[in-house]
Write a protein that binds this ligand. Sequence first.
Ligand SMILES: Cc1cc2nc3c(=O)[nH]c(=O)nc-3n(C[C@H](O)[C@H](O)[C@H](O)COP(=O)(O)O)c2cc1C
Length: 177
Amino acid sequence: MNTLEAIYSRRSIRAFNGVQLTEEECKVILKAAYASPIGRAMYDTLSLTVITDRALIDRWEKQMQEEAGNPDLHPFYGAPTVILVSSVIGEGLMTNVNYSNAAIVVQNMAIAATEIGVGACHIWGAVRGLHGDDAVSKELKIPAGMVPCCAIALGHFDGEYAVREVQEDRIQTYFIR
Ligand SMILES: Cc1cc2nc3c(=O)[nH]c(=O)nc-3n(C[C@H](O)[C@H](O)[C@H](O)COP(=O)(O)O)c2cc1C
């Protein structure tokens, strides 16, 4: 795939088949994260937590189910790997920059996953359920001073990516000429 093919083919994968990423696939996806543009190149404001311990992912899921009062909630869709992106958040303009950095890291990983045929889904919902003092947050050992911002669920899936028709009117767009 070239870059545009990967961008046009990417879609959220919400059904994983239980097959774990290989070490090589994980490395490619992490390298894409490290290649992300980061505001003022402040890479040390960010941290990645690569979770391949399915039992921990299950505990996180259970915590979400209890919080939402919904035992049918499966926010990770059975993904065998979740990569959590945490960041220092700061104040004022830096809040925007820091959250944006985290989102860009996830998006870079999603494009790389698409390129190599690994299923991926952006995960924000389950991250909102981490409050710092809860059991799962403690297990995740987020570095001091950082806040979990967002995550990506990764794993193999039945099926494949294919270039999708992109609806060109779905984001309102104004041109000022
Ligand atoms: C900031 C952001 C947060 C998202 N959070 C979630 C999430 O928590 N769970 C989920 O299943 N999908 C999540 N998604 C995926 C979107 O629902 C999805 O990208 C959108 O519906 C378009 O579908 P597509 O990714 O297949 O093109 C998120 C996407 C973004 C960009």
